[in-house]
Design a protein around this ligand. Structure first.
Ligand SMILES: Nc1ncnc2c1ncn2[C@@H]1O[C@H](COP(=O)(O)OP(=O)(O)O)[C@@H](O)[C@H]1O
Ligand SMILES: [Mg+2]
Length: 275
C-alpha cells in the first residue's frame, strides 16, 4: 500500500519517528508522516501541540532526541539551519521579521542576496558583471512581487503597508530564495477574514505556478479546507490524524482534541463562518 510512496519519487520530506523533549515536556512523540512533492500540506492542532517545534526540527533549529527527517533523501537532523536553507528549505515565522523602514523591494532583494551569496563562487566563475547580476536579481524579485499582487507597492516602505500585505512581503522574501520546500508558520495569524482569503488565493497561485511544496501551520478550518491537499493533526506532540481536510476535520478524535482545548473548536468554527 503506502510502501511505494515512502521515500519514493513522490516524497519530498519524510518525518520518521521524531521525538523531542523540553525538560519534562514531550513536545513531539514518535511523529511519522510524508510530504509529497508539489502538495500543499497543512499542520493543525491545539496550542502547544508541537506544530512550531516540528517545523523547527525540519529547519535545524531544534535537534530531535530520536528519529529522522529526510529531505530529498538526506537526513536533516544534524544539519545546521543555514545549511538546511541552502539545501532548499525556506521558512516564514509567526511574527513578521522584516526591516520596516526599508522598501518592499529592498526587503525582498535582501532575501535574494542571501541565496546569491551562497552561490557566490560559481557565480564569480560564470557570470559577467556584478551590475548584470544585480539587474537579473531585481527582475526576478519584481516578478515574484507581481505574482503576489505587490508590484504597485514595490517602492513603499514596508511599514506603510497593512499587516496582511506585510505578511505577503515576507512570503515574497522567502520565495525569491527559490526553495523546494517552504514552511509557513501561521501565515494568516492576526489577519482579517478578507486578508486571510487573499493569502489563501496567493498561496494557491504560487502552488499552481511553481514547483514549490508548501507546508503550513494554520488554525482556520475554512482556510485548511480551501487550500490544502492533505493535513496532519498533532495533539500533545502525537500525530492523531492524517488525510484529506474533509477526512481529518470530521475525525472524532480531532473534534475531541479541539474541544479539549477550552472551546477552541467553537472559536475555529466561528472564524470560518465569518469568512
Ligand atoms: N524552546 C522551548 N523551550 C521549552 N519548551 C518549549 C520550547 N518550544 C516549545 N516548547 C514547548 O513544547 C510544546 C509544543 O510547543 P509548540 O511547538 O510551540 O506548539 P504549537 O506550535 O503547536 O502551539 C509546548 O508545551 C511548549 O511550551
Ligand atoms: Mg506555534
Amino acid at each position: 500500500m503506502s510502501s511505494e510512496i515512502i521515500n519514493g519519487p513522490k516524497t519530498l520530506l519524510s518525518i520518521e519517528g521524531v521525538d523531542l523533549w523540553f525538560g519534562g515536556t514531550h513536545a513531539l512523540d514518535d511523529v511519522t508522516f510524508d510530504v509529497r512533492r508539489g502538495e500543499v500540506f497543512g499542520i493543525i492542532g491545539p496550542n502547544g501541540a508541537g506544530k512550531s517545534s516540528l517545523l523547527n526540527c525540519v529547519n535545524g533549529y531544534y535537534k530531535p532526541k530520536s528519529g529522522r527527517i529526510l529531505f530529498k533523501d538526506r537526513d536533516l537532523t544534524s544539519v545546521r539551519p543555514h545549511q538546511v536553507a541552502r539545501l532548499g528549505v525556506g521558512r516564514t515565522f509567526q511574527n513578521i521579521e522584516l526591516s520596516p523602514e526599508a522598501t518592499v523591494i529592498g526587503n525582498v532583494m535582501l532575501g535574494r542576496h542571501l541565496k546569491i551569496r551562497s552561490n557566490a563562487f560559481t557565480e564569480m566563475l560564470h557570470l559577467p558583471g556584478a551590475a548584470r547580476q544585480e539587474r537579473t536579481s531585481r527582475e526576478y524579485c519584481e516578478g515574484i512581487l507581481d505574482l503576489l499582487g505587490l508590484g504597485e507597492f514595490r517602492d513603499h516602505p514596508v511599514s506603510d503597508l497593512p499587516y496582511g500585505r506585510q505578511k505577503l512581503v515576507e512570503l515574497a522574501r522567502a520565495l525569491v530564495t527559490e526553495p523546494d520546500l517552504l514552511l509557513l508558520d501561521e501565515p494568516t495569524a492576526g489577519m482579517t477574514g478578507e486578508e486571510r482569503a487573499d493569502v489563501g488565493r496567493q498561496l494557491r497561485k504560487i502552488s499552481a505556478s511553481t514547483d514549490v511544496t508548501l507546508v503550513l501551520i494554520e488554525h482556520d478550518t475554512g482556510f485548511i479546507r480551501g487550500i490544502t491537499d492533505r493535513v496532519a493533526v498533532l495533539d500533545f506532540g502525537k500525530l492523531i490524524a492524517l488525510g484529506t481536510p474533509d477526512e481529518v476535520l470530521e475525525n472524532p478524535r480531532v473534534v475531541e482534541a479541539y474541544l479539549g482545548a477550552s472551546g477552541n473548536l467553537v472559536e475555529t468554527l466561528m472564524e470560518s463562518l465569518s469568512d
